[in-house]
Write a protein that binds this ligand. Structure first.
Ligand SMILES: Nc1ncnc2c1ncn2[C@@H]1O[C@H](COP(=O)(O)OP(=O)(O)OP(=O)(O)O)[C@@H](O)[C@H]1O
Ligand SMILES: [Mg+2]
Length: 327
């Protein structure tokens, strides 16, 4: 009995359904009273009484979510994110652009009063390990929205033949669960279209995607990420309001990243400057790996401060073992 109420409680919370949530909470109080737990029942009722009346809450973008259920769970993963702008190193103009998109979405109703809407269809493109996925998480974190990752590759390999149907199901979620919807490996649409397998099916999928994007008025943020922007055709391109490049880090950005990751455990500015030259041409992700390795060494040595040697060693190891293999 109580388990059933708890399920309703969780579900209505997940769906942002205030009034079912309130009813379920009162049912729980009733169940506790019946079981003789009068104090607990009173406490629950007191909490419910303090909740703002249904409908009184501002229609904000913050809706908590549970993971999607059923078949969708295989292709759509969701969760709240803690990443913030301070956690990512960005070119100044890219940072400004993201900040602008965040404020536009925060000020939706003010924009709509003047007949314009916030830009919310973003295309992130660039080399691997340079922050596309991280930036989507940062957008979600900054806006208090869950990041819903659509596994585009999974969508194709497992549901070929039903891909358009699955896509439709995802777009149907967007108004129900406000979030940042990340279509990762986005080029797999375009790539697959070029492959021989079933060109008709792929054209249908792309057409379905474009129609769904056009029809979507959900207010959710849509981010498509790709390493192969050159594979996308104009019709796809045109659907995006903002195109954001993610490039390999400059020397200064590597310094910033080293400071960000190791500054709090004793790496000095001057050391970071010195070390950065050894990571020329690396991606952000490679530098982060070296940072993490150096922290492991420090922790194993039972120290609380990083030494320059820890980092040099980690950089050299990574260069020697991993980077050549990737070419
Ligand atoms: N600009 C950045 N600032 C700080 N850390 C970064 C940045 N880019 C990447 N990283 C680090 O590298 C990790 C991997 O980056 P991310 O997954 O965002 O790359 P990506 O561009 O999505 O790559 P892929 O094309 O392979 O999906 C991040 O979790 C983060 O630790
Ligand atoms: Mg990625």
């Amino acid at each position: 009995m109580k388990a059933d109420i708890l399920k309703v409680l969780l579900q209505s919370h997940a769906e942002g359904d205030e009034s079912s949530f309130r009813k379920a909470a009162l049912q729980l109080a009733a169940a506790e009273s019946t079981a003789g737990h009068v104090r607990v029942a009173d406490e629950i009722r007191a909490i419910v009484a303090k909740m703002p009346a249904a409908g009184a809450r501002k229609p904000g973008p913050i809706v908590d979510i549970a993971s999607p259920r059923g078949e969708l769970a295989d292709i759509l993963e969701g969760g709240h994110r803690d990443e913030r702008l301070r956690d990512i190193v960005l070119r100044a103009d890219v940072r400004d652009l993201l900040l602008r998109v965040i404020s536009e979405n925060r000020s939706r109703s003010r924009l709509e009063r003047f007949g314009v809407s916030p830009r919310r269809r973003l295309l992130f493109h660039g080399a691997p390990g340079c922050g596309k996925t991280l930036a989507a998480a940062v957008l979600a974190g900054e806006m208090g929205l869950p990041l819903m990752t659509v596994r585009f590759d999974a969508l194709f390999s497992r549901f070929l033949g039903a891909t358009a149907v699955q896509l439709r199901a995802i777009f149907a979620e967007m108004p129900r669960r406000p979030g940042v919807y990340l279509f990762d490996e986005f080029d797999s649409v375009a790539k697959a279209r070029g492959d021989s397998q079933d060109v008709g099916e792929m054209n249908r999928v792309v057409t379905a995607f474009l129609q769904l994007v056009d029809a979507d008025v959900s207010g959710s943020i849509l981010v498509a990420a790709t390493n192969h922007v050159e594979l996308l055709d104009r019709a796809v391109f045109r659907r995006f309001d903002v195109i954001v490049p993610f490039e390999r880090p400059t020397r200064d950005q590597i310094v910033d990243l080293l400071n960000l990751r190791l500054g709090t455990i004793g790496l000095t500015e001057a050391q970071a400057e010195q070390l950065a030259s050894q990571a020329d041409g690396w991606s952000f992700a490679d530098v982060v790996r070296a940072c993490d390795d150096s922290v492991r060494t420090m922790a194993l040595d039972d120290r609380e401060e990083i030494s320059e040697h820890d980092v040099v060693h980690a950089l050299e190891e990574l260069k020697r073992r991993e980077l050549p293999a990737r070419g």
